[in-house]
Write a protein that binds this ligand. Structure first.
Ligand code: NAD
Length: 496
């Protein structure tokens, strides 16, 4: 699709739909209709209107996709690694060429802002380029056993991998699994979230166009219970990468157990941003603002808890509230600061959390209600919200809200800050703002999290491994570690 963003946006607001959206699953290198003809509607969260339909996949569609993946695997596994590099680089180039269209589709389907969707397109490009660079470097080692024996290891693809994708980062979560899986020589069957199916379908088509053989990447859309559940249970699936909520992740873990299928779990978070008394308060305010309000707070790794030292608490709150009140909400294609909440159902969930906090007498400094795009008086939005001075046991501290809601905890000193940072069942990300490098390093090593950033909450990129501990899951994606789930080691020894 070569249309530029401006023409696409104009056409979308005039017609209420977008051109070129795939209508069906992507199986065996082509778009195919759903086995029973059943379809679901996809809604634009920015105005609450349905804009396209997609297949409501069932077990039969999953079986067709896994069969196609068996053929795709045979072809792709034997494709020379150098060719795999070239194909993945071509896929990156296609996304770059089509990034206007891609970003507009992602913004409409998910509710995020166009700037955020463009950022996701860049992540997809980088992920393909990064793992293209690894495809031809999956080397083994030789093992010294003495004369008469020669032993070495090879790293082989695990086989067919299932990718279960959430709705908050529909394209970049898809690619962060698919790129290393393809680099390793695996085949893929992916199941996007039921509210955001389109960019995964587009990417699967473009990968095929770039040279990925038919069947090596398949996408089955539909509900988790109808399409996701049969996929993860399928005996031909060698590895499942699941990104989503803790409750569903636990169910997936149980579902894969009988087949002893490998599993990566990327689950929820309640990540702390620790602001110590000696930090640069203005930088910490800006860091905290975007740690929670990027993507309207719908990020597993959002800095959803601010753990602040008492002596800077009042100053920080004053500045943070003032800055929060400047944020403009709106339809993602109008490129506001904060976009929509992905579904009506999730908006209600966020509102219930905040209502319950209000009912407990919590201090809501700003925001606190569901709202609309002020320009159209429609869509699913939640005001950027700050709840102050919460007790460690408060549900707003312990539970993932997954929306634009910052929960604040006040502490005295580094030791209490550490204790609070670690005092939830999650352990995904932590941010530390301080002018004292000694404190920064002590905290970075003692906080239980998969990744810690110092004096910038979102520092890093696709080169940096990402994943959680405890109820945030296990396994790592991105970075060189991201390939590990998709290769297994085989040792071969010869007596001679
Ligand atoms: P969800 O668990 O409801 O759904 C995630 C995916 O699982 C969807 O595709 C859904 O259709 C599918 N699914 C549902 N039931 C299934 C089943 N029985 N078997 C197989 N698949 C099934 O999560 P969500 O609401 O879409 O996403 C939000 C959650 O995801 C939050 O908790 C967030 O923290 C988490 N998340 C984590 C990361 C991470 O990298 N750690 C990234 C993004 C989101």
């Amino acid at each position: 699709m070569t249309l530029d963003a401006r023409s696409l946006i104009k056409a979308y607001f005039a017609e209420g739909t977008l051109p070129g959206l795939p209508d069906g699953h992507f199986i065996g290198g082509r778009i195919v209709a759903n086995s029973d003809g059943d379809r679901l509607e996809s809604y634009d969260p920015g105005n609450g209107q349905a804009f396209a339909r997609f297949g409501a996949g069932k077990g039969e569609d999953v079986s067709r996709a896994v069969e196609a993946a068996q053929q795709g695997l045979a072809a792709w596994r034997d494709t020379p690694p150098a060719t795999r590099c070239q194909v993945l680089n071509r896929a990156a180039a296609l996304i770059r060429e089509r990034s206007d269209y891609f970003a507009v589709v992602e913004a409409v389907d998910s509710g995020k802002t166009l700037a955020e969707a463009r950022g996701d397109a860049r992540s997809c490009i980088r992920l393909f380029e990064y793992y293209a660079g690894i495809a031809d470097k999956l080397e083994g080692r030789s093992i010294p056993l003495g004369s008469g024996l020669t032993s070495w290891t090879e790293r082989e693809p695990v086989g067919i991998t299932a990718q279960i994708i959430p709705w908050n980062y529909p394209s970049s979560t898809f690619v962060r699994g698919v790129a290393p899986a393809l680099a390793a020589g695996c085949a893929v069957v992916a199941k996007p979230a039921e509210t955001t199916p389109f960019t995964a379908l587009l990417l699967a088509q473009w990968l095929h166009e770039a040279g990925v053989p038919a069947g090596a990447v398949n996408v089955v859309t539909g509900l988790g219970s109808d399409a996701g559940a049969p996929l993860v249970r399928h005996p031909s699936i060698a590895h499942v990468t699941f990104t989503g909520s803790v409750a569903t992740g636990v169910g997936v873990m149980q579902a894969v157990a009988p087949n002893v299928t490998q599993l990566t779990l990327e689950l929820g978070g309640k990540s702390p941003l620790v602001a110590l008394a000696d930090c640069d308060v203005d930088k910490a305010v800006e860091g905290a603002l975007w740690a929670i309000f990027s993507n309207a707070g719908q990020i597993c790794s959002a800095g959803s808890r601010l753990v602040v030292e008492r002596s800077i608490h009042a100053e920080m709150m004053e500045k943070l509230v003032a800055r929060t009140r400047t944020l403009k909400l709106g339809h993602g294609l109008k490129d506001p600061d904060v976009g929509a909440i992905n579904s009506r159902q999730h908006l209600d969930r966020i509102a219930r959390h905040v209502e319950a906090a209000r009912g407990r007498g919590c201090s809501i400094l700003t925001g606190g209600s569901a709202t609309h795009d002020p320009a159209s008086n429609s869509g699913w939005f939640f005001e950027p919200t700050i709840i102050d001075n919460l007790a460690p046991s408060d549900p707003a501290i312990q539970q993932e809200i997954f929306g634009p809601v910052l929960s604040v905890q006040v502490v005295d000193g580094e030791e209490e800050a550490l204790a609070m940072a670690n005092a939830t069942e999650f352990a995904l990300v932590a941010g530390i703002y301080t002018g004292d490098i000694g404190k920064a390093l002590r905290l970075a090593r003692s906080i239980d999290a998969g990744q810690v950033t110092i004096n910038d909450y979102w520092a890093g990129g696709i080169e940096v491994p990402f994943g959680g501990n405890r109820k945030s899951g296990f396994g790592r994606e991105k970075g060189i570690e991201g390939i590990d789930a998709y290769v297994r080691t085989k040792a071969i020894t010869i007596r001679h």
